[in-house]
Design a protein around this ligand. Structure first.
Ligand code: NAG
Ligand code: NAG
Length: 338
């Protein structure tokens, strides 16, 4: 059940990649990028990519990145998650803004689970908000395991302000921003606007804990909701909502862009937040209760040297081309098991 995934006996199938035709004309049946003839025993571990806001699964930027991945790790199988699976490019771009984050996470889970090449596990890359969906997979999906998870500029501890629209702004972005501002902690926004699912305003934490489920639970903060305050400690601990957490990863590589002005605060890409009610102060991971009490397995990862807080220079998602920071991460953390 993967009509758009071609294999052609192990040849790289991305017919239009090499041609001069515009990438946007890639039809869904051309989609994925498979790999190498024979010798599967020597193939590098597969890679799954989850793109970011405003992007699509096979945009020119993602195709370049896949191409780079395949030139570094010849024969690697790469899958790029596409939400919705049956939809136009415009549907895909819209789904980055509009939709129910938990349902999109579940949809990605089903896609990944249905692909035989991924059955023994895979490395995962999440770009920006795509990294939260990869965490949703790693923490809740009953599918093959994620080995190394690499996130680029992912707002792991939420955003305290909306992601700015691109210049010039798209209508989809402007409308989503307007709807979000109208009531980001209203039930409707929480289930219909993707950014609302990870909007964590440190001046309105009570509302966040009460209404949010996606990010709150990913980070094991469910017991902070008022309705649960009365419950005893052991019950709270059992019911943090974090699924299996992240302790089962081989490595978590959280990359922060040093000049990131898109994610607020930029340190969220490494589990930093503003201090409650003080946006002049940043609380970094080691000082977070999340880490100190190991709600989601980050400390366990760190204790075995498997939590890497790395940096790329530049603005949000400025991964550079050949020789850039993205390439370095691909070389260091992807394609093991050759
Ligand atoms: C893919 O990468 C190779 C080597 O870096 C380059 O020569 C080629 O032009 C790239 N192809 C596309 C379609 O970007
Ligand atoms: C906010 O944090 C800054 C930096 O740590 C500190 O200097 C300032 O006093 C704090 N403001 C309040 C109101 O606590």
């Amino acid at each position: 059940m993967r009509p758009w995934l071609l294999s052609l006996a192990g040849i790289v199938v991305l017919a239009t990649l090499a041609s001069a035709s515009p990438i946007d004309s890639v039809t869904h049946s051309d989609q994925l990028v498979l790999s190498s003839p024979g010798s599967s025993a020597r193939s590098p571990r597969p890679l799954v990519i989850w793109h970011g806001l405003g992007d699509t699964s096979l945009s020119p930027g993602i195709l370049d990145f896949i191409n780079l991945t395949q030139s570094i790790h010849p024969g690697i199988f790469v899958y790029s998650v596409k939400i919705p699976l049956e939809g136009s490019l415009d549907d895909e771009r819209k789904a980055g803004f509009w939709g129910h984050a938990e349902e999109q996470g579940e949809e990605g889970c089903e896609q990944i689970r249905s692909i035989p090449e991924l059955k023994d596990g895979f490395d995962a890359i999440g770009f920006s908000q795509g990294g939260l969906f990869m965490r949703h997979y790693a923490q809740y999906c009953d599918g093959p395991p994620v080995k190394n998870l690499i996130t680029f500029g992912t707002p792991h501890y939420g955003i305290s302000a909306l992601i700015p629209c691109p210049t010039p702004p798209t209508l989809t972005c402007l409308l989503a921003a307007r709807a979000a501002r109208a009531g980001i902690y209203k039930p409707w926004a929480q289930t219909h606007i993707v950014q609302a699912a990870y909007y964590r305003d440190t001046e309105r934490l009570d509302e966040f804990y009460e209404i949010n489920t996606f990010l709150r639970d990913l980070n094991g903060e469910r017991p902070l909701a008022g309705e649960m305050i009365g419950e005893d400690e052991s019950k709270k601990r059992e019911d943090r909502g974090q699924g299996r957490g992240l302790g089962g990863l081989e490595n978590l590589v959280a990359v922060m862009f040093d000049d990131d002005r898109t994610v607020s605060p930029a340190q969220s890409s490494q589990f930093g937040t503003y201090a409650p009610s003080n946006k002049s102060e940043i609380i970094l991971l080691p000082s977070q209760p999340l880490y100190q009490n190991d709600w989601i397995g980050l400390k366990a990862l760190d204790d075995k040297g498997a939590l890497l807080l790395l940096h790329c220079p530049g603005e949000h998602m400025d991964i550079g081309g050949e020789g850039g920071c993205g390439e370095k991460m691909l070389r260091d953390w992807v394609g093991w098991g050759k």
